[in-house]
Design a protein around this ligand. Structure first.
Ligand code: ARG
Length: 414
């Protein structure tokens, strides 16, 4: 459990030591109005400014002693030998939806033609526009039929939401099965990193979930509240059945976790993941979107003595009572996004006002635009680091969605 170099996430708030980010790339410039909906965007960010905002986000980590790893670097470093790189290209292209064999070979050759792994990865993330690969003697029937579709390989614009393709839980990871086709390919990167990157390959990392499983689960739904309690959303993106598979695996291992609280939240775009409506900011202090308090049902899955086994119960008390009971504290505080139900709550939640990322207990990163909620957090004694948020927020994700902790200090109970 004590591995300063390995994966260590036993809370949402322990001092952050290492985090995974992705700096938005050319994939953002490949969003078009027709594709936005399918690619899960509500507007098109201006890449130059999105990058400036993202750099400001990364700087908050660096200024606070957090090691920042970039997804694009880790995956490039994982493909150190040629057979590994070939297997990776193969898998990536297989899942890119190409059907014509000639085209498949042409795309693979194109990826191989990049001088460095990093340049190849950037291209894989960005997508391939139709005009980029000139026919060069290749003219297939499917090309003629698909002539009006702008891409040969779709872009992956959601990559800067590193929270979702996998989740670090304890000393292992859940390699997620994403709900939508557009996000499924993102998890190939995580798979190669945790199997083959030099920092991870010898750690024998347990996988609590795998990307080829049938039921969807996404990292935005998984919150490690303590070394005893994990909260998981049953949401637009995460199935109840996936939570049970995850529970069985985590409870079979020597991890300290005792209870999974499954939060059944409304299945709508605005509340796509649990972390869009509920995050932890300090010992027993949470942000919450007031609109979900009414419709929320919570179930507990409590580990039993038999390995991997658990019992399921529906919890009937208020959220405060449920959280206090399982976190073993006298009371908890819920800070409501926008203060209370209404216009400010709706507007600020839409722009991720309740999607905070803790750097340490009582110290969080927030979007500057959510000024009503931010002021409330400050008045409750929470230290906030505001980051600019005009462009990044157009993808519907905030500071927690844009980061995946790899290592946090353990919380030492007094
Ligand atoms: N953990 C999160 N809330 N992530 C937000 C992801 C946003 C992304 N556009 C999607 O729809 O998938």
């Amino acid at each position: 459990m004590m591995n300063p170099n390995g994966l260590q996430v036993y809370s949402e708030i322990g001092r952050l030591k290492k985090v995974l980010l992705h700096r938005p790339g050319e994939e953002i410039e490949n969003l078009t109005p027709e594709l936005m909906n399918r690619l899960l965007f509500d507007d098109i960010p201006y890449l130059k400014v999105a990058r400036e905002e993202h750099d400001a986000f990364a700087k908050v980590f660096q200024d606070n002693g957090v090691e920042v790893n970039y997804l694009e670097d880790l995956i490039a470093e994982s493909l150190f030998d040629n057979s590994r790189k070939e297997a990776f290209i193969d898998e990536f292209v297989k899942e890119a939806g190409l059907k014509n064999q000639l085209r498949i070979e042409q795309v693979k050759d194109y990826y191989r033609s990049f001088e460095t792994n990093r340049a190849m990865i950037d291209k894989m993330m960005a997508g391939i526009r139709r005009e980029e690969l000139k026919p060069s003697g290749l003219r297939t029937l499917s090309d003629l039929v698909d002539m009006n579709y702008p891409f040969i390989v779709d872009p992956l614009p959601n990559l800067y939401f590193t929270r979702d393709p996998f989740s670090t839980v304890g000393s292992g990871i859940a390699l997620n099965k994403m709900r939508t086709p557009t996000r499924c390919r993102e998890t190939i990167f995580s798979k190669y990193i945790f199997r083959y990157h030099k920092d991870y390959k010898n750690l024998d990392i347990p996988f609590w979930y795998d990307r080829d499983m049938a039921n969807a689960i996404e990292g935005g739904d998984v919150l490690v509240l303590s070394d005893k309690v994990i909260a998981i959303g049953i949401s637009q993106r995460t199935d109840a059945d996936a939570i049970e598979i995850f529970a069985r695996n985590v409870f079979s291992d020597g991890q300290p976790f005792q209870t999974i609280l499954a939060f059944d939240i409304p299945k709508t775009r605005a509340f796509m993941h649990l972390d869009t409506v509920f995050t932890m900011v300090d010992h027993s202090v949470f942000t919450i979107h007031p609109e979900i308090e009414g419709p929320l049902t919570v179930y507990s899955l409590t580990r039993s003595d038999k390995k991997g086994d658990y019992k399921i119960e529906r919890e009937y008390q208020t959220l405060e009572t449920i959280l206090s009971k399982y976190l073993e504290v006298d009371s908890v505080k819920l800070i409501r996004c926008g203060g209370k139900k209404g216009i400010d709550a709706g507007r600020e939640q839409w722009n991720d006002g309740s999607n905070t990322l803790a750097l340490a207990p009582g110290e969080v990163i927030v979007y500057s635009r959510n000024h009503v909620t931010n002021q409330l957090l400050e008045s409750e004694g929470i230290k906030i680091h505001e980051i600019p948020s005009s462009e990044l927020s157009r993808g519907r994700g905030g500071p927690r969605c844009m980061s995946m902790p790899l290592n946090r200090d353990l919380i030492i109970k007094k």
